[in-house]
Design a protein around this ligand. Structure first.
Ligand code: UT7
Length: 334
């Protein structure tokens, strides 16, 4: 597109800075072999995960989120005092209230920012980016700090081999703002609340407030029907990716990098096949971090850019899926 034509196009919202932070403690499959009846072979062949990061006791989601946010702000050359909106996607907030975004605001000194959290489980960072995009497109705010952060290890049943091998802790962040070049081309979101019981944590909310009984019944820990989630995730993510590519007028050949939610290599392979995206274009880092839920897509985008898998002008498709059920995708030009 010529510079003249470009100046007349509708404003697009893009990413002007990225950050990530994971705890230094590594939990390997060999470590898990000592905790539950499992093997490195089973975990690797069924999920692709080799290790994950685990926060030390006392470390909360806002701690990881603040570190990732600082890096994203520095990359965007945006001073904390100039941040206008903070949206944090998390399933594991520091506490039910106040929002983790308000805690991060205070830690950063982002005194002018409007802050709220968003609950969309593993689709969190994609939902939060699309939400921030709306505020930026309509001109309400001039920039936004979007964070996906989790300390899932606090809510994992470490005696349940079917779930404890899957998840990890971490945070990703990005700064979003109107851009002259590239930016978000299209987005897609969907939900199916009828499948809410396939992946959930029943305790700790108003339905089952904390009690001795709720603790005894392990209600404050994650529960999942992995097989059903597997099937639904594959279909929903592929269909969402196909829709977003269509809306962005991108065929699979035009996509340089595909960044799916990092839950399971087999799910990702099935999604890529259904969406006609070759595995050579797919970015994966789940082998090192496991499923970091709301942080997953942002951490993956961060590393894809850092490793040179996403270059200037490349077309990127992010796709997510999570509890709710929720799913969503973003097509953007870098
Ligand atoms: O972000 C969205 C969140 N969730 C997901 O994306 C998870 C989606 N689901 C999955 O990734 C897969 O369903 C799992 C990896 C969780 C499980 O893989 P699967 O191929 O669906 O295995 P399965 O649940 O059907 O279990 C097969 C066998 C069972 O034994 P039996 O009943 O066949 O004797 C399980 O008890 O594997 C057993 N098993 C394990 N064995 C060793 C389950 N977990 C383990 C384990 N180690 N950690």
């Amino acid at each position: 597109m010529s510079p003249a034509a470009d100046s007349h196009r509708a404003t697009r919202i893009g990413i002007t800075g990225l950050g990530m932070h994971v705890p230094s403690k590594v939990l390997t499959n060999a470590d898990l072999e000592k905790m539950v009846e499992t093997t490195d072979e089973w975990i690797t062949s069924r999920t692709g995960i080799k290790e994950r990061r685990i926060a030390e006791p006392g470390v909360a989601t806002s701690d990881l989120a603040t570190e990732a946010a600082r890096e994203a702000l520095a990359q965007a050359k945006l001073k904390p005092a100039d941040v206008e909106l903070i949206v944090t996607a998390t399933t594991t907030p520091d506490m039910l209230f106040p929002s983790t975004s308000c805690i991060v605001q205070d830690r950063l000194g982002a005194t002018s920012a409007v802050c709220f959290d968003l609950s969309a489980a593993c689709s969190g960072s994609v939902f939060a980016m699309i939400t921030a995009q709306q505020f930026l497109l309509n001109g309400r705010y001039r920039n936004a700090l979007v964070i996906g952060a989790e300390v899932l290890s606090s809510f994992i049943d470490w005696t349940d081999r079917a779930t404890c091998v899957l998840f990890g802790d971490g945070a990703g962040a990005c700064v979003m703002a109107p851009v002259k070049r590239g930016g978000i081309l299209a987005s897609d979101m969907g939900c199916d609340g009828s499948a809410k019981d396939l992946l959930y944590m029943p305790g700790g909310g108003s339905r089952n407030p904390p009690s001795h009984e709720s603790i005894d019944q392990r209600m404050h820990l994650l529960r999942m029907n992995g097989t059903e989630i597997f099937k639904l995730a594959t279909r929903a993510m592929a269909d969402s990716a196909i829709r977003v590519m269509k809306e962005a007028k991108l065929s699979p050949e035009h996509v340089e990098c595909f960044i799916p939610h990092q839950a399971n290599t087999r799910i990702i392979e099935a999604v890529a096949k259904r969406a006609r995206l070759p595995m050579a274009k797919v970015f994966m880092n789940l082998q090192r971090y496991g499923n970091t839920s709301a942080a997953s897509n942002l951490i993956a985008l961060y590393e894809a850019v850092k490793e040179g898998r996403v270059k200037r002008d490349d077309h990127v498709v992010l796709v997510a899926f999570g509890a709710g059920l929720t799913w969503g995708s973003i097509a953007l030009q870098w």
